[in-house]
Design a protein around this ligand. Sequence first.
Ligand code: IMP
Ligand code: MG
Length: 187
Amino acid sequence: MASPLPAFVSPDVMDVLLSKEQIAERVQAIGHQISEDYEGQSIVLIGVLKGAAIFLADLARAIKVDNTFDFVAVSSYGRARVSSGAVKLIKDIDNPIEGKHVILVEDILDTGLTLSYLRGLMLQHKPASLKIATCLDKPERRLVPIEADYACFKIPNKFVIGYGMDYAERYRGIPDIRIYPENPPGH
Ligand code: IMP
Ligand code: MG
C-alpha cells in the first residue's frame, strides 16, 4: 500500500532561489543562443515529462527557428528525494527523429542517470545531432559523466521545487524556483 502523502508545506515559507524574472531572462538568452546555433535549420525539442513541461513551453517561445515538440516520460523519484538509480522509459517519442536535429529538454541535470539513459536511447534512432538543454544543473551530484549543452543555471546541492519541479507531485505550478526545507513541519 502507498505511504501517506507528506503534509503540505506552504511555498510561502520556502526561500526563493531563482525569481521568475531571473528565470525568464536566462530562458530568453538560451533561446537566443539556440536560434543562432541552428540558424536556417529545423529542430525537434524532446521534453522529459513532467518536470520539463514548463521550461519547454517557455523555451520554445524563445526559439526563433523552425521547431516541433515531442515528449518522453521516465520513471521518476516518486516521493523520495533521492533517485533509486534505475531509469525506465514510460512514454516513448511519437514521431521518428532519424536525420533530425534534436534537443533533449530537462528540468534538472542531477546525477545524470536520466539524461545519459535518454541520450543513449535517442542515439539509437540516429538523429543528425543531439544536444541537451536543462533549466538547472547540479554539478556536485553527478554520478555519470554528462554535461548540458545549454543550462540556464548551475545550482548548489539543494532540493528545489517550482517552475515545473515537484516534491511528491506538488508545487510544479509555483512560478519561481524555491528551496524545499530539509526538515519541513509535519515530516
Ligand atoms: P538525475 O537522473 O539524477 O539527473 O535526475 C534528474 C531528475 O531528478 C530531474 O528530472 C528531476 O525530476 C529530479 N530531481 C533532481 N533534483 C531535483 C530537485 O531538486 N527537485 C525536484 N526534482 C529533482
Ligand atoms: Mg524530471
